[in-house]
Design a protein around this ligand. Structure first.
Ligand code: NAP
Ligand code: GLV
Length: 310
C-alpha cells in the first residue's frame, strides 16, 4: 500500500519522517511531483486538495484529513462515493486551540485592547474589572475542541454555556441544543466562540440575527471557518456598537485579500488561521493508527458522516 500526501503548504519531509518513526517501510508518495503509479495509492492524507484529485486513484480506500475540518475534502465535486473519510483528532490540535481560545477570552475579559490604547496615550487609569463569575461565555460546538475549551474556561470561573447538535453533559457547563437552545445561549453570551464544523447547516450562522441576539457590547471569536460568519453583518454590528470587538482567525477567502475591510478595522483582532494546526509530532501517531485500520479493514478513528458533513 502507498500513502499519498496531498497537503498544500505543508512540508512533506517532516510528515514522512514522523510517520516513518512507527511505519519505517511505508511507501509515501507526494502529490503532484512524486505520485508514481496511481494504482498503488490506498490512503490519501489531504489538506486543501485540488478539486477532482481523488478521482484519479482507483484503489483508494480512505481519505484522512490533515486537519479537524473536512469541508475542504467534501466540497470536491468528483469525490469518489463510499470511501471513508476521517477528520483529525489530534491532542496537539486540541491543546493549541485551548491555548488560543483562552488567550483571546482573557484578552477581552481583562480589556487588553483598552489598556493598549491607554498606553499609546501614556494614560495611567484603572479600568473596571468584571469578575469571571459574572462573565458568560457561549461556545458554538462542543466537539473535540469545543468541549476542552468549555472545561478550561469553566476552571477560570467563567459561566460557560455550549451548543451542540446532540445532548451533552459537561460538569458545570450549561449545554444546549436546537434553535431555542441557540438563542437562549446567545442572549446571555458576553463572549461567543465559534468552534463548529462548516456544513450546510452551520454556514452563515453568525449573521445579523444571531449576532443581534447577543447582549450589547459582546465579543465574537471565530475560530471555526470563515464561511460561518457573514462579514458585512459583523462590520455593521461593530460599527453600531452592538458588538465591542471580534477576534478572527478564519476567513471566507484565505489569505484574506488586501482590500478586505477586516484588516484595518479598529475593533477586529486578526490572526492568519493560526489558532491551532496539526503538528507531525502529535498527529503522526493518529495517522499511523488510521493507516493500520485501513490495512485491517476497521472503521477509521474520527470517521465522519458524509451526509451530516462532519
Ligand atoms: P467535532 O469534534 O466534529 O465537533 C463539532 C461540534 O459541532 C460537535 O459538538 C457537533 O455537535 C457540533 N455541531 C455540528 N453541527 C452542528 C449543528 N448543525 N448544530 C449544532 N451543533 C453542531 O469538531 P472539532 O474537532 O471540535 O473541530 C471543530 C471545527 O473547528 C473544525 O471543523 C474546524 O472548522 C475548526 N478548526 C479550526 C482551527 C483553526 O486553526 N482555526 C483548527 C482546528 C479546527 P455533536 O457533538 O452533537 O455532533
Ligand atoms: C484547521 O483549521 C483544522 O481544521 O484543523
Amino acid at each position: 500500500m502507498a500513502l499519498l500526501f496531498i497537503c498544500e503548504g505543508e512540508d512533506p519531509e517532516a510528515w514522512k519522517m514522523a510517520i516513518r518513526t512507527t511505519l519505517p517501510e511505508l511507501d509515501i508518495r507526494v502529490w503532484p511531483d512524486a505520485v508514481g503509479n496511481p494504482d498503488d495509492v490506498e490512503v490519501a492524507l489531504a489538506w486543501l486538495p485540488p478539486p477532482g484529485v481523488f478521482a484519479g486513484f482507483v484503489h483508494l480506500k480512505a481519505i484522512l484529513s490533515l486537519g479537524a475540518g473536512v469541508e475542504h475534502i467534501l466540497k470536491d465535486p468528483k469525490l469518489p462515493v463510499g470511501i471513508p473519510i476521517a477528520r483529525l483528532i489530534d491532542p496537539g490540535l486540541r491543546s493549541g486551540m485551548v491555548e488560543f481560545v483562552t488567550m483571546e477570552v482573557l484578552r477581552h475579559h481583562r480589556r487588553e485592547r483598552d489598556y493598549r490604547a491607554q498606553q499609546k496615550e501614556r494614560e495611567w487609569r484603572l479600568l473596571g474589572q468584571t469578575p469571571s463569575r459574572d462573565r458568560c461565555i457561549g461556545i458554538l460546538g462542543l466537539g473535540h475542541l469545543g468541549e476542552i475549551c468549555a472545561i478550561t474556561l469553566k476552571r477560570f470561573g467563567f459561566r460557560v454555556s455550549g451548543w451542540s447538535r446532540s445532548d451533552k453533559f459537561i460538569e458545570g457547563v450549561d449545554t444546549l441544543t436546537g434553535e431555542d437552545g441557540l438563542f437562549a445561549m446567545l442572549e446571555r453570551s458576553d463572549i461567543l466562540i465559534c468552534l463548529l464544523p462548516l456544513t450546510p447547516q452551520t454556514e452563515d450562522i453568525l449573521d445579523a440575527t444571531t449576532m443581534g441576539a447577543l447582549p450589547k457590547g459582546a465579543v465574537v471569536i471565530n475560530v471555526g471557518r470563515g464561511q460561518h460568519l457573514v462579514d458585512e453583518a459583523l462590520i455593521k454590528m461593530l460599527d453600531s456598537g452592538h458588538l465591542s470587538a471580534a477576534t478572527l482567525d478564519v476567513y471566507r477567502e484565505e489569505p484574506l485579500p488586501n482590500e478586505h475591510p477586516f484588516w484595518a478595522h479598529p475593533k477586529i483582532t486578526m490572526y492568519p488561521h493560526a489558532a491551532a494546526w496539526s503538528l507531525p509530532s502529535s498527529a503522526a501517531p493518529v495517522i499511523v493508527d488510521n493507516i493500520r485500520r485501513v490495512s485491517t479493514g476497521q472503521d477509521l478513528f474520527g470517521q465522519i458522516d458524509r451526509i451530516r458533513g462532519y
